[in-house]
Design a protein around this ligand. Structure first.
Ligand SMILES: Cc1ncc(C[n+]2csc(CCOP(=O)(O)OP(=O)(O)O)c2C)c(N)n1
Length: 250
């Protein structure tokens, strides 16, 4: 009988139990990144810049060189690394408080400059690590520890659509939004991520994939309800798809 390998643990990932909460999507997203690092033969040249937030300990799980940047400054650190070592493949991995609040200037200017880095942006609609405060991505009406009656746009403004915003910038080569709440979406997310990697490898420009990601603990939901919330509440406001694909990215 012929035995076919249908799943192999990625070589670029350490075999460790992660510190993430049950039902959190960081694990799935880490696996997609690791699979592509393996498949695209990037293990020796990848450097990942980790943020401040739940994924600050991401360096525990990948067998690649890593740095941790001060809150929001990952695109600036990634820019420096990439410019000094253009042969490296440089990723930054950031949450929504990190990227869209504290580090908004850094991400906008890195995209505008067309830095040849790839950003994995985790939109879980709150500040997960510090207790579930409102983020720029928190939906209207969403209850958080700092919006206990639900986000009110008269007080806190409207949720920011990062993928749409950045896709307007000339330096952006590839911008997409994905989710991993269903197997088909995981397959789509990997395709988007591969194109984002290619935008950097082909030296076309800045690339970013936004992931709508579950935070069951801070959303006060079971992991299964959190998957439904992504489908029924997040995707209608944050549509999935590709927002910018410069010529040559594939
Ligand atoms: C300059 C600075 N401000 C605030 C903090 C505190 N802090 C640590 S993690 C965090 C929230 C991160 O939230 P997010 O980026 O959404 O990531 P998540 O934890 O949800 O993955 C904050 C505010 C800090 N460490 N440094």
């Amino acid at each position: 009988m012929e035995v076919k390998t249908i799943y192999k643990y990625p070589d670029s990932l350490e075999k460790k139990v992660t510190h993430y909460c049950p039902g959190c999507h960081h694990g799935i997203i880490h696996k997609l990144i690791a699979e592509l690092i393996d498949e695209m033969n990037l293990l020796e040249k990848t450097i990942i810049v980790w943020p401040i937030g739940c994924s600050v300990l991401g360096y525990e799980y990948f067998k690649v060189d890593s740095c941790v940047a001060a809150h929001g400054r990952a695109p600036a650190m990634a820019t420096g690394i990439k410019r000094a070592n253009p042969e490296n493949f440089v990723l930054s991995y950031q949450g929504d408080g990190d990227l869209a609040s504290i580090g908004m200037a850094e991400i906008v200017h890195a995209a505008a400059r067309g830095e040849k880095i790839t950003v994995v942006f985790i939109n879980n609609t709150n500040y997960g690590m510090t207790g579930g405060q409102m983020a720029p991505t928190t939906l209207i009406g969403q209850k958080t520890t700092t919006s206990p009656y639900g986000r009110d746009p008269k007080v806190s403004g409207y949720p920011i659509k990062v993928a749409e915003l950045l896709s307007n910038l000339e330096g952006a080569a590839y911008i997409a939004r994905a989710a991993v709440n269903k197997p088909t979406r995981i397959t789509q997310a990997k395709k988007f991520l591969k194109k984002a990697f290619n935008a950097q490898l082909k030296e076309i420009g800045f690339s970013l994939v936004e992931f709508l990601s579950a935070c069951p603990v801070q959303w006060h939901m079971t992991p299964l309800k959190a998957l439904e919330r992504i489908e029924n509440e997040l995707i209608p406001y944050y549509p999935l798809g590709e927002f910018k694909v410069k010529e040559g990215v594939e």
